[in-house]
Design a protein around this ligand. Sequence first.
Ligand code: MRU
Length: 346
Amino acid sequence: MRTIEWDDGVVRMIDQRQLPQEYVIVQFTDYREVARAIKEMYIRGAPAIGAAAAFGLALCARGSVAKTRAEVLADLEEAAATLHKTRPTAVNLSWALERMLEQARKAQHTQVEQIVHALVAEAQRIADEDVEVNQRMAANGAELIEDGYNVLTHCNTGALATVDYGTALGVIRTAHEQGKRLHVWVDETRPRLQGARLTAWELMRYDIPMTLIADNAAGHLMRTGQVDLVLVGADRVAANGDVANKIGTYKLAVLARENGIPFYSVCPTSTIDLSLPSGEQITIEERDSTEVTHIGEVGIAPEGVPVFNPAFDVTPHRYVTGIVTEEGIIYPPFAPGLRRAKGATS
Ligand code: MRU
């Protein structure tokens, strides 16, 4: 199934916290449960979070007892505020919420039921478009992968991070489907281990040759000539091309530059945030200390140890070779290319 689906007033999603040990589908009928699922990372990955927020608002509209358009709008705005607070870095969340609210505001002089109908349809459109956009992005990016390449990737950017297909991993999938021989180095991606748990699971299902590595191994592989290309996703791209992505991405970009290896970020135009001049203004989510002190249920650090746990970092645009979007690959200087790509879709 898709990572997230709507079924007649029920939102179903894969509980990614349990993979790869268990494949569990959970279902929600209240937007507050969807908000909790985003915060606790049942669902994660920028585009998937956006779709979840949209379906959350659709649930809110359907469950609302409002009698007037103004009352539905008030309910939706309250729900959007709750959903918005869950995870601050991925801009796809506020992008999807804004698109949904816009749909509701547009529906003037209409019955409450029509607003509900319009919101369910818009959420479904956001989800369907994500899959289509990922496939276009993948086709654009696949040209970067040559036969025999070793590609290094970080976190999980696959079908699980999106509604389906994936961003950076989508590019890898398409190159593989085109018959190119390739091999993927998969960063485990501490602290939540999205690489070890999710990317490894996806690549093994697709039969794409891969090797799991500890995050600390990436520099050694690059210096010894075992990496041809680094492909990562993005949670927010600022107007100047600075890229916020999973913690550890910046380190990879600097290492790639030092070793003369191209470094690309793959993201839909919904991840581009032209309102922020640079990555300096991007809010970096900080998560619970237990993500660092524990692996699963197992404690690995002394009780009471001070912990700092930023979930993302910002890679300055000077380290980014290019940004792959559904509108094509954008190269430096990024500002005009990002404006053009965003303009083409808004
Ligand atoms: O904390 P997560 O797992 O939501 O972080 C995910 C990432 O950092 C991905 O690289 C990013 O969302 C882009 S891939 C679709």
